[in-house]
Design a protein around this ligand. Structure first.
Ligand SMILES: [Zn+2]
Length: 354
């Protein structure tokens, strides 16, 4: 059954860059980075932003900015290695915006550079605290840069022969320095995240795994999709493992990129709504802190409270109605939108024709 994707306001979606433009296989392509703005970042995690009054945006350093900040050294290095096998410092192509190429450049370890940039009024910040500050497209582009950088940092050596690897095709891949046929591609780990509707359609199953640090949260169950497993099979397995509950129908609603995943990984959250095939729960309490059926009228109240900007997960001091003892994640998360979407329906259109 086809349902319109209601998951429209999540963090890390809405990247404006055109990723399909350009022939990245041209060895000279990286020299394009000499003439175009660069997004600087450090440690595979923090991007350079400009904060002006209440407005925060990514800082794209133009060639003139690099000169002004005394960073012409990067242009010299990029220029000398364009088209060669050397990759002492590598700009990674992100895409094209309004005809302009956009690259990211990792300046980790270049402490003088970092000091100069910060002294000029810019800041290196991690993306999580920027989720409610950056414009949606900036956050998505920053996420792309961070994920790509993390992948490069974590793949220094060839997994097939152990030789060093280097970035090729403007950072789109890595190639082995001993055998050019040994190539690695940036990877994304698929995660299924699911709201489970009760048999009578009046309650939803929410829970909290022990890995969630915020003990005031209940959210959708989720888990990595295993090799050789379909999304639907992963939903059924995870719900059975975590809640001891069999699931019948599974409907995929949409997805959210999550480039700040566990251990520096880039994840793709695949959002599903599924129908329970029983009511009784047998949760795995080694893995879960809490698993409960929550009535729809309670879910509606907690969705309203958790949509507010003073959500405690975002550092606010919001309060819940007195009879409710949990929050759901704020609107940056796909879980929020799965729960909100389900609570906003008087019936269950996803299962009506199944
Ligand atoms: Zn190799």
């Amino acid at each position: 059954m086809q349902v319109d994707n209601p998951l429209v306001t999540q963090a890390f979606a809405s990247n404006k860059l055109n990723r399909s433009a350009g022939d990245k296989r041209d060895p000279a392509f990286v020299s394009v980075a000499l003439r175009t703005p660069l997004l600087l970042f450090v440690n595979g995690a923090a991007v350079c932003v400009r904060e002006a009054e209440s407005k925060t945006a990514l800082f794209w350093a133009s060639p003139r900015d690099l000169e002004r900040l005394g960073l012409g050294i990067y242009q010299d290095q990029i220029s000398s290695q364009a088209g060669s096998a050397s990759a002492a410092i590598s700009p990674y192509l992100l895409g094209q915006d309004s005809g302009k190429w956009k690259f990211a450049l990792d300046v980790t370890g270049h402490d003088t550079t970092i000091d100069r940039i910060q002294a000029a009024g810019y800041a290196f910040q991690e993306l999580r605290p920027l989720m409610d500050k950056l414009p949606a497209s900036d956050l998505a582009t920053g996420g792309q840069a961070v994920a790509l950088s993390q992948w490069h940092r974590n793949h220094s050596f060839c997994p097939r022969c152990g030789a060093p690897m280097q970035p090729v095709e403007a950072g789109a891949k890595r190639a082995c320095t001993e055998n050019a046929r040994h190539r690695e591609y940036p990877r994304t780990d698929a995660v299924a995240i699911m709201l489970i509707e009760s048999e009578d359609g009046q309650s939803a199953l929410l829970g909290r795994s022990k890995s969630i640090r915020n003990k005031g949260i209940l959210t959708c169950l989720s888990g990595f999709i295993e090799q050789g497993e379909s999304i639907e099979e992963a939903v059924r397995r995870e719900v059975l493992e975590e809640a001891g509950l069999p699931v019948s129908s599974v409907v995929i609603l949409g997805s959210q990129p999550w480039p700040i995943g566990r251990g520096g990984s880039c994840e793709l959250m695949i959002g599903c709504i599924a129908k329970a095939a029983a009511t009784e729960l047998h949760p795995d309490m080694d893995e879960m802190d809490d698993v409960r059926w929550i009535p729809k009228n309670v879910i509606k109240q907690v969705v309203h409270a958790s949509s507010q900007p003073d959500h405690p997960y975002m550092g606010g001091k919001g309060e819940l109605p007195s009879e409710i003892d949990f929050w759901i994640p704020p609107p940056f998360a796909i879980a929020h939108h799965l729960i909100k979407t389900w609570a906003g329906q008087t019936s269950s259109p996803w299962f009506a024709k199944l």
